[in-house]
Design a protein around this ligand. Structure first.
Ligand code: FES
Ligand code: FES
Length: 166
């Protein structure tokens, strides 16, 4: 298989890369661009740890080929950080509520939840559970994650400043 030259726009920056047609977006973001916040879990679309936003929509990086991604805006958790690597308000809620323990699932949880809150404003508990159906956590028992997302949605709905992805 011959490598192809592509340009990926990740967290607002363009990256010129040579990739194999079979390489996944997860492999390229993690291994080529060194983004440790895009994580390999199951490799088959089940666990959600490799979630990134593509044009604002959550996508499994392990099920997406890198050659499908040029021309789209890719956002990883790192792209949500503020000046001085300040945490996104949703990350702060997760920390405050104990919704991030080992943190392995956290990037996928945050990106999926952020998309939900942007779509729904104040989602119900059931809507949050449904949205997170593809994001597995082995540590928290989920309740604290749901509490944190509810708190964040409440804050965002009250008009507190929110950082948009690039
Ligand atoms: S590594 Fe992609 S869904 Fe598990
Ligand atoms: S906090 Fe450890 S997997 Fe979720």
């Amino acid at each position: 298989m011959m490598p192809r030259q592509i340009v990926l726009t990740v967290n607002g920056e363009d990256h010129e890369l040579w990739v194999l047609p079979s390489e996944t977006l997860l492999d390229v973001l993690h291994d080529e661009l060194g983004l440790a916040d895009v994580r390999y879990g199951c490799g088959e679309g089940v666990c959600g740890t490799c979630t990134v936003l593509v044009d604002g929509e959550p996508v499994s990086g392990c099920l997406t080929l890198a050659v499908q991604a040029p021309g789209h805006q890719i956002t990883t958790l790192r792209g949500l950080l503020g000046p001085g690597e300040a945490l996104h308000p949703l990350q702060e809620c997760l920390l405050r509520r104990g919704g991030a323990q080992c943190g392995f699932c956290t990037p996928g949880m945050v990106l999926t939840a952020l998309n939900l809150v942007r779509r729904c404003g104040r989602p119900t508990r059931a809507e949050i559970r449904y949205a997170l159906i593809g994001n597995l956590c082995r540590c928290t028992g989920y309740t604290k994650i749901l509490d944190a997302i509810e708190e964040y949605a409440q804050t965002a709905a009250a008009g507190e400043p929110e950082r948009d992805p690039p």
